[in-house]
Design a protein around this ligand. Structure first.
Ligand SMILES: [Zn+2]
Length: 132
C-alpha cells in the first residue's frame, strides 16, 4: 500500500527516538490513532503475590501499518503529534489469537490475585470467629 502519511516513520518525515515498547491494541476507534495497553506486574508484599497494573498509551497508527484492535504492536517514542500522542506504531508483532500457540515464555502471574487472597482471608477470619 502506498503511504502518504507524513507522520509515518518509514515513508514520512517522522523520526523516532527514546523508548521502544510492546503492547496490545485495545481500541482503534480514532482516525489514525490507536490505544495501546501495556501490562506489568507489581509485587504485593503483604500477600507475596503479583497484582496486574496496566497503562494505556495513545499511538499514531500510519496507514501502512494499519493496526487493529487485538493486534500486538511495537511502538516507538517520537515528537508530539497531538495533545496526547507522542508514540507511533512501527510494526505488528502478531494478533492476540495468533500468539496463543507460540506464546513466548513470559513471567506468568499466579492465578491467585490479591482480590481472591483478600476474600480467602476474610473467609478464614469469619470461620475463626464462628468457632469461638
Ligand atoms: Zn508508511
Amino acid at each position: 500500500m502506498e503511504c502518504k502519511d507524513r507522520n509515518c516513520p518509514e515513508h514520512g518525515e517522522l523520526s523516532t527516538r527514546g523508548a521502544v515498547l510492546d503492547g496490545l491494541v485495545v481500541s482503534d476507534k480514532m482516525q489514525g490513532t490507536v490505544i495501546v495497553e501495556r501490562e506489568r506486574l507489581v509485587k504485593v508484599k503483604k500477600y507475596d503475590r503479583y497484582s496486574r497494573r496496566t497503562s494505556r498509551i495513545p499511538a499514531h497508527n500510519p496507514p501502512c501499518v494499519n493496526a487493529r484492535q487485538g493486534d500486538r504492536v511495537r511502538i516507538m517514542e517520537c515528537r508530539k503529534i497531538s495533545k496526547t500522542v507522542n508514540f507511533v506504531v512501527v510494526e505488528k508483532t502478531g494478533s492476540k489469537e495468533a500468539q496463543k500457540p507460540t506464546a513466548e515464555p513470559e513471567v506468568k502471574p499466579k492465578k491467585t490475585t490479591v482480590k481472591t487472597v483478600k476474600k480467602k482471608a476474610k473467609r478464614t477470619a469469619k470461620k475463626e470467629a464462628e468457632n469461638g
